[in-house]
Design a protein around this ligand. Structure first.
Ligand code: SF4
Length: 273
């Protein structure tokens, strides 16, 4: 697929945490757009995508020279109170362009020096392990949240064919854990998974966050409905899984292996600290 790449000079980087991210003082997006282009991505139905006039996943704005701006904004915001950052809410900070562009890495270099009170790194990419050296400098002020929506890679390919395979994400969680980086898995959205899912996760991660379309798309599932995601469940013969109660099946399975307090639901699972 041809991707339309542009370089943009951002005016601001730290945006106020609102809505689902109300527990955070700020969100931070190193890119605008996301070339993983997941079919279920609710950002497709947000103004940033709707007003672009191009299919979500086919374009990417690279926020160049971001490090100096973040440095300035961090110093300013830290004077006002605790700074807790969610990176990222409407892109993946470790998407393919990051291999070459290193925008996210440059932001982590700044945050290793001018440390926020807390940083949550939300990704589905094995590239995050490149930055273990910087994440280690943040100690307990950072947590890497790795999206693993299912243990079944054929299901993953149906919904997000351009995203990294599940096995690569599990290996990455293992590497992060070995390096002492606090981690969690985000089963978000809830895609159909097998009974073996908890056993796949248990050796590599202590915290499990479960979030679905109905709790997590910012519109009680309406954005997801507009995307026609229910049809994809039906095509696969998994229509029972497209239901507001389906996450409880996964939660129950996880709680057979994990202590109750280590399985968190929706917003609580993404909360800082
Ligand atoms: S990786 Fe995240 S931001 Fe990117 S398309 Fe998929 S769901 Fe959307």
């Amino acid at each position: 697929m041809n991707i339309d790449y542009s370089y943009k000079q951002p005016k601001t980087l730290l945006n106020k945490g609102t809505g689902f991210l109300a527990g955070y003082s700020h969100s931070l997006n190193p890119y605008t757009g996301c070339t993983f282009g997941c079919s279920y991505c609710y950002v497709r139905k947000m103004p940033v995508s709707l007003f672009r006039g191009k299919e979500w996943g086919t374009w990417l704005d690279i926020k160049k020279d971001s490090a100096a701006l973040l440095h300035k904004e961090l110093l300013r915001e830290k004077k006002k109170g605790p700074v807790t950052i969610f990176m990222s809410s409407s892109t993946d900070p470790y998407q393919p362009a990051e291999y070459k562009e290193e925008i996210t890495r440059s932001l982590l270099e700044v945050m290793a020096e001018v440390q926020p009170d807390f940083l949550l790194v939300q990704t589905r990419s094995p590239l995050v392990k490149r930055d273990i050296d910087l994440l280690q400098k943040l100690g307990n002020r950072v947590r890497v949240s790795m999206t693993v929506e299912t243990d079944l890679d054929e299901i993953r390919t149906h919904f997000s064919p351009s995203a990294p395979p599940i096995s690569a994400r599990i290996q990455t969680l293992r590497k992060l854990r070995e390096a002492g980086i606090p981690t969690q898995v985000a089963i978000a959205p809830v895609l159909p998974s097998s009974e073996a899912f908890p056993e796949l996760l248990r050796p590599v991660v202590d915290l499990v966050c479960i979030d679905d379309f109905f709790m997590g798309d910012g519109a009680h599932g309406r954005r997801t409905q507009q995307l026609g995601i229910q049809d994809k469940y039906e095509e696969l013969g998994y229509s029972d899984w497209y239901h507001p109660e389906a996450y409880q099946v996964v939660a129950r399975r996880m709680r057979e292996l994990y202590p109750e307090q280590q399985v968190r639901i929706s917003q609580e699972g993404f909360a800082p600290f």
